[in-house]
Design a protein around this ligand. Structure first.
Ligand SMILES: [Zn+2]
Ligand SMILES: [Zn+2]
Length: 265
């Protein structure tokens, strides 16, 4: 009966110090600091371990002016996940901060929306405004995985295993997908960049990098419908996630938290 219940871990790997005005389409009247964190996520259940997104590496951090706090492989190992044993990686979308570290999961199949690959290899990438969050090398690395028979494409909503489903949201990137996970506390939704910060969900505002604003705000409603409560939606870049959820084990403070556990009071 409970063989579709999963654990979820959020593992921080990086940070970018920035101002609040950079996080909202149309800016923000407050010129206060509003840093974002970078995460990968791990879902662990009876069918194995599923990693959501693969982050960026040190070279990309330098190129993009971001900080790596702990490389993703280190974060996974700290919670006893061996990256080379991971059989499935779900890629939310192909932005540089979600699909780097190409060789960290040599045995994995990669789950991606049809639309995201079409978008990242098609006419939209002729436009600087749209290709800004993509890296050609990242996209090429994913194309190589297609030719190696290591990509499983999804069209819309789909099931990875019982209790783990993916849902096309679009909006921020044309083929963005979020992941819904059945846990002991109900259905938790890993929004990835369908919602960067809690504030986007709470105020209906939009992150400036956007393919389609209408799909972003419709996406907020879809995320909340998929989750057991609004509090079960996990935004993709909010430092508050680490503050709200319990640390996985001593020594991993500010690094890895359990999302299948109740948030701290
Ligand atoms: Zn993104
Ligand atoms: Zn992102």
């Amino acid at each position: 009966m409970s063989n579709d219940i999963h654990e979820i871990y959020a593992i921080k790997y990086g940070r970018h110090e920035r101002k609040k005005t950079e996080n909202y389409l149309g800016g923000d009247p407050h010129d206060t600091p509003d840093p974002i964190d970078y995460f990968v996520w791990a879902i662990v259940g009876p069918s194995g371990t599923f990693v959501v997104d693969t982050g960026f590496d040190t070279a990309m951090a330098k190129k993009r002016g971001r900080q790596i706090s702990k490389p993703i492989a280190e974060g996974l190992k700290a919670i006893d996940i061996a990256p080379d044993k991971v059989a499935n990686v779900i890629i939310s979308h192909l932005h540089y901060d979600h699909c780097g570290n190409y060789d960290t999961f040599p045995g994995a199949r990669f789950h991606l929306q049809d639309t995201e690959m079409t978008y990242a290899t098609g006419r939209c990438m002729c436009h600087q405004a749209l290709r800004l969050p993509f890296e050609a090398d990242d996209v090429v690395a994913m194309v190589r995985k297609v030719f190696a028979g290591r990509v499983e494409f999804h069209d819309g909503d789909g099931e990875i295993v019982p209790g783990v489903t993916i849902h096309h949201i679009g909006g921020h990137s044309k083929g963005l997908q979020s992941v819904r996970v059945k846990t002991r506390r109900g259905h938790v939704v890993l929004a990835a960049d369908a919602a960067h910060l809690y504030a986007h969900l709470e105020t209906g505002r939009v992150f400036p990098i956007t393919y389609n604003v209408g799909e972003v705000v419709e996406g907020y409603a879809k995320l909340q419908k998929l989750a057991s409560s609004p509090g079960h939606v996990i935004p993709g870049h909010d430092p508050l996630v680490l503050a709200r959820y319990p640390v996985v084990k001593p020594g991993l403070d500010g690094w890895a938290v359990r999302l299948d556990a109740e948030p701290k009071g």
